[in-house]
Ligand binder design. Structure first.
Ligand code: UD1
Ligand code: CA
Length: 464
């Protein structure tokens, strides 16, 4: 068995450059806080729960991450070296290697961390730093190599000379260290630099002076090291993650018409031969079947969509849609909508906490709340399920093949029997038996000659 691997994620910083009330690591890309991606990558290589160093607005970060990780507290933000030192009590008995990650660098892949760990283990390194060659190295620490090309030290941008600033190989802030060697070295750090901070990269130079083997691994994909310090970098990281996710789906047989403008979360599953037009936002644990067409501008969260479904400009939250159903344009499926197969949900239809049976048609301008609607039902235009009496919500049942005319109110609790008909414009407050016709509105009266009579009255009044 190889050595044990632990991980530490640095997430105590304030993120001043974001100009935000929120901690930096809770800003989102592709639907999740950026630290989510870092925790996932770390979990792929660590043998134990990652240790997250929290400080600025620690409670919010802890509330999001919960018990998936362990925590260390950094009471004062004295630098990245100091932050790692705070994890020492949690990892005091650890032996082997520790991977250090920056909470603000979400594009790192688990397989890259794995490569870095293997490199450290096989080469017997005390420290390996992941570097990348980038076009614009401004703000990053620079990798300084000696005449043999070996790592000499890392110089922060602020502390670098003009000449050093021209170096395009940068520190990712992702490392693999011999864990106890690192902790003993951190005691030797000083803060004599432009920021008065204890810099973690300085530990590498100290280790090297003590005769340890230190190395650099260059990331094959420079995007992986992108650190988010500003809103501009947040948008950049979001775009890169978006394209990475979209390429994954295209490789598996999904057509994405415009990958720059299609927003799919990392956990979404999409079946083969489904076509996704621009402006779709698919988030959470959403699953889309095969042969679907997602016309522009749907927002689908934590929902399951069957095969051959067509969706258009609709919002679908915590719901399920069966095979061959069409939804939209402009439909709103709120949580708990269970839609059957071959259903038609048309424009301006809202459904909440209701089941809709196979083959039912709800074509326009209808609200269905807290209901059980059977198979082959037809709801006309403008049907309202009156589910709320101002205090409590009540349920409505519409049995199979019932026909509900246009502009009908179904005042819950109420049950409409199989194959019953409800006349247009009815307000139904009592149950309707199967195969009956219910009419609940005033009978129409036609007043013949009324316009002429009125005209005569007006004429006599004006002559008086
Ligand atoms: C750091 C590196 C730099 C590297 C860059 C890559 C140092 C001194 N510099 O610079 O070489 O090129 O990352 O993105 O390490 N943090 C704490 N406690 C602190 C300070 C920071 O937890 O006291 C955390 C932050 O929350 C952040 C991470 O450490 O997640 C990096 O800190 P940041 O201030 O962003 O460092 P950079 O200036 O970007
Ligand atoms: Ca940073």
């Amino acid at each position: 068995m190889g050595k044990q691997v632990f991980s530490i994620i640095l997430a105590a910083g304030e993120g001043t450059r974001m100009k935000s009330k929120k901690p930096k690591v809770l800003h989102r890309i592709c639907g999740y806080p950026i630290i989510e991606y870092v925790v996932r990558a770390a979990s792929e290589v660590s043998d134990d729960l990652p240790v997250v160093v929290v400080g600025h607005r620690a409670e919010e970060v802890k509330q999001y991450l919960g018990e998936r990780v362990r925590y260390a507290h950094q009471p004062q933000l004295l630098g990245t070296g100091h932050a790692v030192m705070m994890a020492k009590p949690v990892l005091k008995d650890a032996t082997g290697y520790v991977v250090i990650l920056a909470g603000d660098a979400p594009l790192i892949r688990g397989c890259t961390l794995e490569r870095m760990v293997q490199h450290a283990m096989q080469g017997g390194y005390g420290a390996v730093v992941l570097s990348a060659v980038v076009d614009d190295p401004a703000g990053y620490g620079r990798i300084i190599r000696d005449d043999d090309g070996d790592l000499e030290r890392i110089v922060e941008h602020r502390d670098a000379t003009e000449e050093q600033r021209r170096i395009k190989e940068v520190n990712s802030s992702i490392y693999c260290f011999d864990v106890q060697f690192l902790f003993s070295t951190l005691d030797k750090l000083d803060n004599r630099n432009s920021q008065g901070e204890y810099y973690l990269p300085d530990a590498i130079e100290i280790m090297k002076r003590q005769g340890a083997k230190v190395g650099v691994l260059v990331a094959q994909d420079a995007d992986e090291v992108l650190g988010i310090n500003t809103r501009i970098q947040l948008a950049e990281a979001d775009r890169k993650m978006r394209l990475r996710i979209n390429r994954f789906h295209m490789d598996r047989g999904v057509t994405i018409v415009d990958p720059e403008h299609t927003y799919i979360g990392p956990d979404v599953v999409i079946g083969c031969d489904t076509v996704v037009y621009p402006g779709n936002v698919l988030e959470g644990s959403t699953v889309i079947g095969e042969d679907c067409i997602l016309y522009p501008n749907n927002c689908i969260v934590n929902s399951t969509v069957g095969n051959g479904v067509q969706l258009q400009a609709s919002v679908i939250l915590d719901s399920r849609i069966g095979d061959g159903t069409t939804v939209g344009p402009y439909a709103y499926l709120r949580p708990g909508s269970i839609i059957g197969k071959g259903v038609r949900i048309g424009d301006f239809v809202e459904i909440k906490n209701s089941t809709i049976g196979d083959g039912t048609k709800i074509s326009h301008l209808t609200y269905v709340g807290d209901a059980e609607v059977g198979k082959g039902v037809n709801l006309g235009c403008g049907v309202v399920f009156v589910n709320y009496d101002g205090i409590k919500k009540h349920r409505t049942v519409v049995e199979d093949k019932a026909f509900i005319g246009c502009n009908v109110n179904l005042v819950a609790p109420v049950r409409i029997g199989q194959q019953a008909y409800i006349a247009a414009g009815s307000t139904i407050t009592e149950d309707v038996p199967g195969k009956a016709l219910a009419i609940a509105r005033e009978r129409q009266i036609n007043k013949e000659g009324w316009v002429e009579r009125r005209q005569r009255i007006q004429d006599t009044e004006s002559h008086a």
